[in-house]
Design a protein around this ligand. Structure first.
Ligand code: AHM
Ligand code: MG
Length: 334
C-alpha cells in the first residue's frame, strides 16, 4: 500500500467524514510543519547552539531554556499569517498572542506547550510539543484569555509531537487517535498507526515517586497497593517508568497501556497539581479518551473542568480505563 501522508489523511478526513474544514486542515498542517522545524533544532543539539538556559523566566517562574523560547517562536511565526486563527496562547507567554492586524483572522484558537519536558533537553531525553484547538467564541473579535477558558470537551482537535528516537505526531480530530512518523529524508509525516487503542490490561504505572510523602490518601493507597506486588491486594507485580516528559510518558501509556499520575500536592494548596489544564491536561485527556482510556482529576473527568485561568494547574490521572476508575473510586472512599 502507498504510504499515506498527513496531508492526504487530512484531506480524506475532510472529504469523507466532513470532520474538518479547510481552515482546520491548514491549521494542523502548519502545526505539523512547525513541529518538523522544532525536531530539526532539537536534533542538532549542541551543534545548533540552542542548548542551555535562555536567561529568562516564564509566567510560572520557570527558567526558560533556549529551545523553549525557540520552539515558541517557531509555532508563533508559523501560525500567525495563515488566516486560520483568531489568537494563540502558550505556556511560555503570560497572555494570549493576538493575530497581527496585517493578517486575516480565522475561527480557531490554538493553545500549546511548545516544548514539554524541557528539563530533559540538555540530557538528550525525549521531549515534545502539545497542542489543543478550540473554537473562538461567537462574536469575539479580539480574543483575550477569557476566550480560551473553555472545558476540554469543547476541543475540536488535539495532538502532540514526541521528539524521541523517531519524531511522531499523534493526533485526534475527535474520531480516534492516529499516529504519524516523520520521514526525515522526505520531510513529511506518514501515517503509521490508525485508530490507536490503549490496552485495557496493564501492569505499569508512571508517577514521580520522590513526591510520595506529599500525596493525598487515595493516591497513597493506590500506589501502595501496586508496589505491594504479589503479596498485596492486586496480587501481581507492577513496574514503574518515569521519563519526566509528559509526552513520552503518555505516549508509552497509549502504546502499551498503563496509568500516568501527576496528583495534587499537599505542599501548596494554591497549586492543585503541577501540570497545566489548557495545554497539557486537556489535549492529553482528549487523546487518551479517544483511544479508549480515561482521564480524571481523581474527583472529576478532566474534560469537564471549567478553566478559571489560562495557566491553571490541575491533578492528572490518565491511561487505561480500569485503573483510572479505580483511583477515582479511592477518591470517593478514602
Ligand atoms: P514543563 O512543561 O515545564 O516541561 O513541565 C512539565 C513536565 C512534564 O512533561 C512532566 O510530566 C513533569 O513536568 C515532570 O515533573 P517532575 O520534574 O516532577 O518529574
Ligand atoms: Mg513545557
Amino acid at each position: 500500500m502507498q504510504p499515506v501522508s498527513l496531508t492526504r489523511f487530512l484531506l480524506e478526513e475532510q472529504r469523507a467524514k466532513g470532520l474538518i474544514n479547510a481552515d482546520l486542515r491548514l491549521l494542523i498542517e502548519v502545526v505539523s510543519r512547525a513541529c518538523k522545524s522544532i525536531s530539526i533544532a532539537i536534533g542538532k543539539g549542541s551543534l545548533g547552539g540552542a542548548l542551555g538556559s535562555a536567561g529568562s523566566e516564564n509566567v510560572q517562574g520557570e527558567v526558560q531554556k533556549k529551545l523553549d523560547v525557540l520552539s515558541n517562536e517557531i509555532l508563533l511565526e508559523a501560525n500567525e499569517w495563515g488566516g486560520h486563527l483568531a489568537a494563540l496562547a502558550s505556556e511560555e507567554m503570560d497572555d494570549p498572542h493576538p493575530i497581527p492586524h496585517r493578517y486575516p483572522k480565522g475561527e480557531y484558537l490554538l493553545v500549546f506547550d511548545p516544548l514539554d519536558g524541557s528539563s530533559n533537553i540538555d540530557v538528550n531525553i525525549s521531549v515534545g510539543t502539545i497542542f489543543s484547538v478550540l473554537r473562538c467564541p461567537d462574536g469575539v473579535s479580539e480574543p483575550d484569555a477569557q476566550a480560551f477558558l473553555q472545558p476540554g470537551a469543547k476541543q475540536v482537535a488535539a495532538g502532540y509531537a514526541v521528539y524521541g528516537p523517531n519524531t511522531l505526531l499523534v493526533l485526534t480530530l475527535g474520531d480516534g487517535v492516529h499516529v504519524f512518523t516523520l520521514d526525515r529524508e522526505m520531510g513529511s509525516f506518514i501515517l503509521s498507526q490508525q485508530n490507536l487503542r490503549i490496552p485495557e490490561e496493564t501492569s505499569e504505572f508512571a508517577i514521580n515517586m520522590s513526591n510520595q510523602r506529599h500525596w493525598e490518601a487515595p493516591v497513597q493507597r493506590y500506589i501502595g497497593e501496586l508496589v505491594a506486588g504479589t503479596t498485596g491486594p492486586r496480587a501481581r507485580d507492577f513496574n514503574m517508568r518515569w521519563v519526566a516528559s509528559m509526552v513520552a510518558d503518555v505516549h508509552r501509556v497509549l502504546t502499551r497501556g498503563g496509568i500516568f499520575l501527576y496528583p495534587r500536592d499537599t505542599r501548596d494548596s494554591s497549586k492543585p497539581g503541577k501540570l497545566r489544564l489548557l495545554y497539557e491536561a486537556n489535549p492529553m485527556s482528549f487523546i487518551v479518551e479517544q483511544a479508549g482510556g480515561a482521564a480524571s482529576t481523581g474527583h472529576q473527568r478532566i474534560l469537564d473542568v471549567q478553566p478559571a485561568a489560562l495557566h491553571e494547574r490541575i491533578a492528572v490521572i490518565l491511561g487505561s480505563k480500569n485503573e483510572v476508575e479505580r483511583v477515582s473510586e479511592y477518591h470517593k472512599t478514602v
